[in-house]
Design a protein around this ligand. Structure first.
Ligand code: NAD
Length: 490
């Protein structure tokens, strides 16, 4: 057996050996094997990381946006040049198919570095005319040390989506990847260092929630950006509130995908597959509540089942694989538990429904792409986030009805509408309570477009120019050109 490698934290531009003496296993979910041992950061390590980021802030925030942007764009080039190797690490950590990781995960992270690198020089305040005797201006200033905390489904992308806007604005960052997927945040850290980021600008702390909590509670941290579950978001917001930190919360969802009878069915089925089985269903914005207008529901279901049956479950490193392994044994059992609940609550199992077994699958955490029909809004599989390859088909008869049912959830991350009726598409989208909507497509997240949730799905936005507002603050400066008016005697 190959000795598992050691994954460490990364502080001040170099690998950092934790002082805790505690390690945990990084497991390949496709095989159940330990592929690395990860050093859990101690309180002392967290202190050192935050101190490094604090020390680096002066130099980094003092550079011009153009200088910072050049470094971010160079880091994007380095990630792209190492795309295949980083994608492979991502597959070993996450269990997602290599066919996805090769074209999406690293590329999306690099796009983000390039985008915010490109606009770093254009981040500025405004001039406010006050009528000749005075004027004011605003300075758009960095916040300070920002903490990023990642989920395990898109590790390198999440690290880039947080680091790029933060660093473009002149902040420094301590990033804690999910303990399930510790490998690729280090690739980003190394790329930034190679691109010329001064030591301490981007640091990585490895560890579970204990490390995250210490970072969130640290008085020298100005902002926390989390990607994770709603419950985690509530706890972190509470901890961040102790010192009134800024927060961005990218949380869970149970998003509706609405297919009207006039839609292009083949496209709607394609989008439904993307919206449910990409990354084996472990995507926050997935359209897992698929509302189909009654008159086409039988035809839609037939075509969806036919195409789902062709999906190949297998070794995530095999380029032919469409559906990889779920992140952990515990998560697999959670997903299988929901499937059992769906059956018990009276939904009709159309396909899937089991742990996938057979050659090469038995040691891993594979679940068949699963479709339930005849679902009701009050079923657990319809109301709760499953975060696996399980979709619920729901029938509707009117626009008004479907909008009300789509919105009848605590979540509000995303939504999709398929129709050829342009007026209806925009009318429905305007009424949907979701931070990101797609018309005649699903789960497309270009870096130029703000992404985030409403209701319990989140606060703040990543990507697009909107992210700049969440990583900077305004200072207003009043400038007097005349005399100081006063009622007091001279
Ligand atoms: P999680 O909430 O269990 O963990 C997320 C991160 O928070 C991990 O790094 C974890 O170590 C850390 N953490 C947990 N408790 C903490 C605490 N008290 N203080 C500080 N850090 C703490 O989520 P997960 O299981 O890793 O990811 C799946 C969830 O993430 C799903 O709900 C999914 O919808 C959501 N998600 C959202 C988005 C989005 O952009 N909205 C994207 C991807 C995933």
């Amino acid at each position: 057996m190959v000795q598992p490698r050691i994954i460490r934290s990364y502080i001040n531009g170099a690998d950092y050996t934790a002082t805790s003496g505690e390690v945990f296993a990084d497991i390949n979910p496709a095989t159940g094997e330990t592929i690395a041992e990860v050093e859990q950061a101690s309180a002392a390590d967290v202190e050192i990381a935050v101190a490094a980021a604090k020390a680096a802030f002066k130099e980094w925030s003092g550079m011009t946006g153009a200088q910072r942007g050049r470094i971010l764009r160079k880091a994007a080039d380095i990630l792209r040049a190492n795309n295949d190797e980083i994608a492979r690490l991502e597959v070993l950590d996450t269990g997602k198919p290599i066919s996805e990781a090769l074209v999406v995960d690293v590329a999306s992270g690099a796009d983000c570095l390039e985008y915010f690198g490109g606009i770093a020089a254009a981040i500025h305040g405004e001039h406010v005319d006050l009528g000749g005797q005075a004027f004011a201006y605003t300075r758009r200033e960095a916040l300070g040390v920002c903490v990023g905390i990642g989920a395990w489904n898109y590790p390198v992308q999440i690290a880039c989506w947080k680091a790029a806007p933060a660093l473009a604005c002149g902040n420094t960052m301590v990033f804690k990847p999910s303990e399930m997927t510790p490998a690729t945040a280090i690739c980003l850290a190394e790329a930034l260092t190679e691109a010329g980021a001064p030591p301490g600008v981007f640091n990585v702390i490895q560890g579970d929630r204990r490390a995250g909590q210490m970072l969130v509670r640290h008085p020298d941290v100005a902002k926390v950006s989390l990607t994770g579950e709603v419950g985690t978001g509530r706890i972190i917001m509470g901890d961040a509130a102790r010192t009134l930190k800024h927060v961005t919360m990218e949380l869970g969802g149970k998003s509706p995908l609405i297919v009207f009878a006039d839609a292009d069915i083949e496209n709607a089925v394609s989008a439904t597959l993307n919206a449910n089985f990409y990354t084996q269903g472990e995507i926050c914005s997935n359209g897992t509540r698929v509302f189909v207008e009654k008159s086409i529901s039988a035809a839609f279901q037939k075509r969806l089942a036919e195409r789902t049956a062709k999906l190949k479950i297998g070794d995530p490193l095999d380029p032919e694989t469409h559906v990889g392994a779920l992140i952990s044994e515990g998560h697999m059992h959670k997903v299988l538990g929901y499937i059992e609940k769906g059956k018990a609550e009276g939904a009709t199992l159309v396909c899937g429904g089991n742990r996938a077994s057979g050659a090469g699958l038995d040691a891993g955490y594979f679940v068949e792409p699963t479709i339930f029909a005849a679902c009701r809004d009050d079923m657990s599989i319809v109301a709760e986030e499953i975060f696996g390859p399980v979709l619920s088909l729901l029938e509707f008869e009117s626009e008004e009805e479907v909008v009300a049912r789509a919105n009848d959830t605590e979540f509000g991350l995303a939504a999709g509408v398929f129709t050829r009726d342009l007026a209806r598409a925009h009318r429905v989208v305007a009424k949907l309570e979701a931070g990101t909507c797609w018309i005649n497509n699903y789960n497309i997240t270009p870096i130029e477009v703000p992404f985030g949730g409403v209701k319990q799905s989140g606060i703040g936005r990543e990507n697009g120019l909107a992210a700049i507002n969440h990583y900077s603050q305004l200072k207003s400066v009043y400038v007097e050109l005349g005399d100081v008016a006063t009622g007091y005697p001279l």
